[in-house]
Design a binder for this molecule. Structure first.
Ligand SMILES: Cc1cc2nc3c(=O)[nH]c(=O)nc-3n(C[C@H](O)[C@H](O)[C@H](O)COP(=O)(O)OP(=O)(O)OC[C@H]3O[C@@H](n4cnc5c(N)ncnc54)[C@H](O)[C@@H]3O)c2cc1C
Length: 360
């Protein structure tokens, strides 16, 4: 079967690209190894810019899938609140199982064909053919790798020297997270906590949901040899009478965004391209933004004969990487210097500026 565009991965990045391209009339196939609704380890925090992007791509009815909403937030040094803020914009919290399914259904509604339980195992770039574990093969004109941090599209493209990815390992973070019932919390939590002091080059978080809370910790692998020990020490300070049977972890690109995640007709979006904020680790917005930009670049290449590599790198540089470069500089100063006094001082002076950086 031949498709104008094949998207590997139906997470936020892949669905967004699928929505944009299907709306423009392209014949799109989204392949995912999972059957949706599927879970994804994630805090599910969305910033205001994600809302703006949803509206931009024509999604207005997302209110019903928001689990929790608040403008308030707290910055903590371990258990001590050192700054309590109220931003002009809402933080939204979603369950990824619900959010990702919602987006994938939108792509399907717009006309994308979605095939689940289809794990991509090989790609013949010269024949523009994809092979899945069920033995099926599909041909494409354009290929979008939206298959997350362990992307097979990226790995195969790297192996053949099509995409260069030099900073990957040194900027990979690990994150651990659990969802628990609110009754296990030592204190009531109604707004998101960002907690410093347990981990190097990263942070811990507690995000409220309607009935549950999510507790997580994440930091650069190179700076944290014993992340699970740090996670348990954080957990003990905030919850009681609860011991998780098992904890789950997942890697996050954390400053390894690939400068040129495109080669001829192959584009990487979202975590597959390392396109996650290097200071906060926020990845849902940038997954969707890069998905949108990849879609726009293909439309420009087809309809206005624009050079695909140049268009996608130009759009990424201007609408994503400019901010990433700034945030990488901020993190390189803020994480090594972080201590209760410095962090409190920074938030007292610059909270409104920082809120804008996060939300807009
Ligand atoms: C613990 C943790 C907490 C986080 N919290 C937040 C948060 O609160 N807010 C935020 O903005 N970001 C957060 N992130 C980051 C965020 O989860 C990711 O950046 C985001 O999911 C990236 O979206 P994506 O579409 O690129 O990839 P994914 O969401 O990973 O989707 C990739 C898809 O590709 C499919 N796939 C993979 N391999 C194949 C294959 N071979 N064949 C076919 N399909 C394949 C998968 O099944 C999956 O559906 C967090 C990450 C972690 C690990």
């Amino acid at each position: 079967m031949f498709y104008d565009v094949i998207i590997v991965g139906g997470g936020p990045a892949g669905s967004t690209a699928g929505i944009v391209l299907s709306k423009a009339g392209f014949n799109v196939l989204i392949l995912d190894k999972a059957k949706f609704p599927r879970d994804k380890l994630c805090g599910g925090a969305l910033t205001f810019k994600t809302e703006l992007l949803l509206k931009k791509i024509g999604i207005f009815d997302y209110d019903s899938i928001i689990d929790y909403k608040t403008k308030e937030y707290g910055i903590f040094w371990k258990t001590r609140e050192i700054f309590k803020g109220k931003s002009d914009y809402n933080f939204l919290f979603v369950k990824r199982k619900v959010y990702d399914f919602f987006l994938l259904e939108k792509a399907r509604e717009k006309g994308a064909k979605v095939l689940e339980n289809q794990k991509v195992i090989d790609i013949d770039f010269s024949k523009k053919t994809i092979i899945t574990s069920s033995g099926k093969s599909f041909r494409y004109k354009y290929l979008i790798g939206a298959d997350g941090v362990n992307s097979i599209v990226r790995k195969l493209a790297e192996k053949q020297g099509l995409i260069k990815n030099l900073r990957w390992k040194e900027n990979l973070a690990n994150a651990i997270e659990i969802y628990i019932d609110r009754k296990f919390l030592k204190n009531k939590i109604d707004y998101p906590y960002i907690i410093l002091g347990y981990v190097n080059w990263g942070y811990s978080w507690i995000f409220p949901n309607k009935n549950q809370v999510v507790l997580g910790i994440g930091g650069l692998i190179s700076k944290n040899k014993d992340l699970s020990k740090k996670f348990y020490s954080f957990l003990n300070d905030f919850i009681s009478d609860y011991k998780p049977d098992k904890i789950l972890g997942h890697t996050i690109p954390f400053g390894n965004y690939i400068r040129k995640p495109v080669f001829k007709n192959i584009l990487l979006v979202g975590d597959a391209g390392g396109i996650t904020n290097p200071a906060s680790g926020e990845g849902i917005y940038s997954a969707q933004k890069s998905g949108e930009l990849a879609g726009v670049s293909i439309i420009q290449a087809e309809k206005n004969k624009k050079d695909l590599e140049k268009t996608y790198t130009y759009l990424l540089n201007n609408f994503v990487y400019k901010e990433f470069d700034r945030d990488q500089k901020i993190r390189n100063i803020a994480y090594p210097l972080s201590n209760p006094f410095f962090t409190k001082w920074i938030f007292n002076l610059f909270s409104k500026k920082l809120e804008k950086i996060i939300h807009l």
